[in-house]
Write a protein that binds this ligand. Structure first.
Ligand code: FRU
Length: 494
C-alpha cells in the first residue's frame, strides 16, 4: 500500500523533477530536487545496482527523512525511480533514517532502516527513540513489515543507548542475515553492534564489533563492514571528532579500521586506522560488491557543518561522490574512480616532460568536466623544488589550488577563491608522499565538485565547488624546476 505521505512525495517528484536537468552536475548524483544526505541500500538487485538516499524532496534543507531511489548498470548513469519510503507510521514518524538493502533468497528486496520516533517529555525536551525496521519490495514499491520495529531497546546490550541506535548495514552470510548497527555504550562513545537473524525479522544481538572508547569521535554513524583483499574493513562516520595530526579532521569525520574479524566472537582486531577521504566534503560512505568482485564505495559529498551553504538559486542540496573501487595495498585502503568512468572520456590532450619553473599553462589543458592526471618530478636533481601548485576552475577572479610540498610531504587544497558564497573552512592539508621522486595527481572535475586521487588511489580528497562553470582555466606553478606529464580528457556524458 502506498501511504498518503509517500504518494505526496511521488507526486511532487513527478511535477518538479523534469525541470531541473541543466542545473545538475554532469555525472554526480543529486536528488534532482530538494535535499539528500547519506547513501542508503547501495546493493545489487536483479542484475542492477540500486541506490537509495536520505531525502527530503520539499526543500533544500534536511527535513523528515524519506528514502529517494535510483538504479544504475554502469555507476555513471542513474535511472530515477519513485521515492521508496516516507515517514508514515507511528514508529518512523520522526524519519526513515539511514540503512541498507539486500536481495532475499526468494528474490524480494529487503530494506533495513532506522525508524525514528520523537516524544516530547514533560520538561519540554524532545527524546528520540531509534529502532530498526524492515520494508520488503520488488525494486520499486516496498511494504513496511507488520512486525516493525524488528530491533528495539529489548535487543540492546546493557548500557546501550535507545536514542543513538541507527544505520543498520545488512548482509547475508551462509544461512543468516547479519546487521552492523551504530550505537552508544555506557561511556557515551560509539560502538558498532552485530545482530543476526535467520529470516530478517527475528534478530538476536551477537557482539560489539568495535568500540571507539572516545578515541575517534563520539557516536559512530553509518557503519559498513566487508572483506577486502584478505583483510576485514570497518568504515564509520564519527560525530564530534577531535583532529589528530593531519590524518583526521575535526567534526563529522570518516574513519577506516582495517584488521581481522574473529568469526566466533565477531570482534574486530585492528591493524591500522586511517582516514577514508581527506577532503572537506565526504561522509557516510557505503559499499557493495559487484558481480565481477569489485568492492565499490559511494559517499555523501558534503559535510554537515556546511550543509546549509550553497548558492541561493540551486534547487538541490547534496551530491554523491563518484563510485570508487576499493583495494588494500601494503595494509592501506586505496580508492580509485570506477573504471566505467573511462568510457566517458572524450578528446585526449597530453604532454610529457614539460619543464615548469614559475607559472605555466598549456594549450588545450582546461575544462570543468574533466579527468586529468598530472605527474610531477624534480626538474633539477641538485636543486630540489620547494612547492608545486595546480590551479583549476580558474578565471580572472576564481581559482582552486592544489599545492604539494616535498619537504613536509603534504598536499593542501584551498578553495577560498572558488566563489563559495559562505565564510566557512575552505582548506584542507593532508599527508602525501612521492614514489621514486614522483607524485601523481588525478583530478576529476564536474560542474560542482573536484575529487582528487593521489598516487593511484593512495589517498583521496573530495570538495564541493560552486565556481561559475565558465571558469575553466588550468595552470601550473612551482618554486624550483619540476618536470610535468599531463593527460587530460574531457568527460562527455550522453
Ligand atoms: C548521518 C546521519 C545518520 C542518520 C541520517 C539522518 O549523516 O546522521 O546517522 O541515519 O544521517 O538523516
Amino acid at each position: 500500500m502506498i501511504s498518503k505521505a509517500l504518494q505526496k512525495a511521488r507526486d511532487f517528484e513527478k511535477k518538479y523533477l523534469p525541470y531541473t536537468h541543466s542545473e545538475q552536475p554532469a555525472f554526480h548524483l543529486t536528488g534532482g530536487i530538494g535535499w539528500i544526505n547519506d547513501p542508503n541500500g547501495f546493493a545489487p538487485y536483479k542484475g542492477e545496482y540500486h541506490l537509495f538516499f536520505q531525502y527530503y524532496p520539499y526543500d533544500t534543507k534536511w527535513g523528515p527523512m524519506h528514502w529517494g531511489h535510483v538504479k544504475t548498470r554502469d555507476f555513471i548513469h542513474w535511472e530515477r525511480l519513485p521515492a521508496a519510503l516516507a515517514p508514515d507510521t507511528e514508529y518512523d514518524r520522526g524519519g526513515c533514517f539511514s540503512g541498507s538493502a539486500v536481495e532475499m533468497p526468494d528474490g524480494r528486496h529487503l530494506l533495513m532502516y532506522t525508524g525514528v520516533r520523537n516524544i516530547r517529555r514533560r520538561n519540554g525536551k524532545i527524546q528520540a527513540f531509534q529502532t530498526q525496521c524492515v520494508a520488503i519490495g520488488d525494486g520499486v514499491d516496498y511494504e513496511k513489515h507488520p512486525l516493525n520495529p524488528v530491533i528495539d531497546a529489548r535487543q540492546l546490550p546493557e548500557g546501550g543507548s535507545t536514542e543513538d541506535f541507527r544505520d543498520p548495514k545488512v548482509w547475508r552470510e551462509g544461512e543468516y542475515y547479519y546487521a552492523a548497527i551504530g550505537n552508544r555504550c555506557a561511556d557515551g562513545s560509539g560502538t558498532i553492534l552485530i545482530y543476526r537473524s535467520a529470516d530478517a525479522l527475528n534478530w538476536e544481538y551477537v557482539n560489539v564489533l568495535s568500540a571507539c572508547h572516545n578515541q575517534y569521535g563520539r557516536m559512530w554513524e553509518c557503519p559498513d563492514v566487508f572483506e577486502l583483499d584478505g583483510k576485514d574493513v570497518l568504515l564509520v562516520s564519527p560525530q564530534e571528532m577531535a583532529a589528530i595530526g593531519l590524518e583526521f579532521h575535526p567534526g563529522n569525520a570518516n574513519v577506516c579500521l582495517i584488521g581481522h574479524v574473529d568469526r566466533e566472537s565477531f570482534h574486530l582486531m585492528r591493524d591500522r586506522v586511517q582516514a577514508i577521504d581527506y577532503g572537506l566534503d565526504f561522509y557516510a560512505p557505503q559499499t557493495l560488491l559487484t558481480e565481477d568482485g569489485r568492492r565499490v564505495m559511494i559517499a555523501w559529498m558534503q559535510n554537515w557543518e556546511t550543509a546549509s551553504c550553497k548558492p541561493q538559486e540551486l534547487r538541490f542540496m547534496g551530491q554523491m561522490t563518484l563510485p570508487r573501487e576499493l583495494s588494500i595495498r601494503g595494509g592501506r585502503l586505496y580508492q580509485n574512480p570506477v573504471r566505467e568512468l573511462e568510457k566517458f572520456r572524450g578528446v585526449k590532450i597530453d604532454y610529457y616532460n614539460v619543464l615548469v619553473n614559475g607559472e605555466t599553462s598549456l594549450r588545450g589543458i582546461s575544462g570543468r568536466c574533466i579527468d586529468m592526471t598530472i605527474t610531477v618530478r624534480p626538474g633539477n636533481e641538485s636543486s630540489p623544488y620547494k612547492w608545486f601548485r595546480l590551479y583549476v576552475a580558474r578565471d580572472g577572479e576564481h581559482f582552486t589550488l592544489i599545492r604539494f610540498r616535498p619537504d613536509t610531504s603534504t598536499i593542501k587544497v584551498d578553495r577560498t577563491h572558488s566563489g563559495f558564497p559562505h565564510d566557512i573552512v575552505n582548506t584542507r592539508e593532508f599527508p602525501a608522499r612521492t614514489h621514486n621522486g614522483e607524485l601523481k595527481l588525478r583530478v576529476i572535475m564536474d560542474r560542482y565538485s573536484l575529487e582528487l586521487f593521489v598516487n593511484d588511489g593512495e589517498s583521496a580528497a573530495s570538495f564541493v565547488l560552486y565556481t561559475p562553470v565558465e571558469a575553466t582555466a588550468v595552470s601550473f606553478s612551482s618554486d624550483g624546476a619540476v618536470l610535468v606529464d599531463v593527460e587530460k580528457y574531457d568527460l562527455e556524458m550522453n
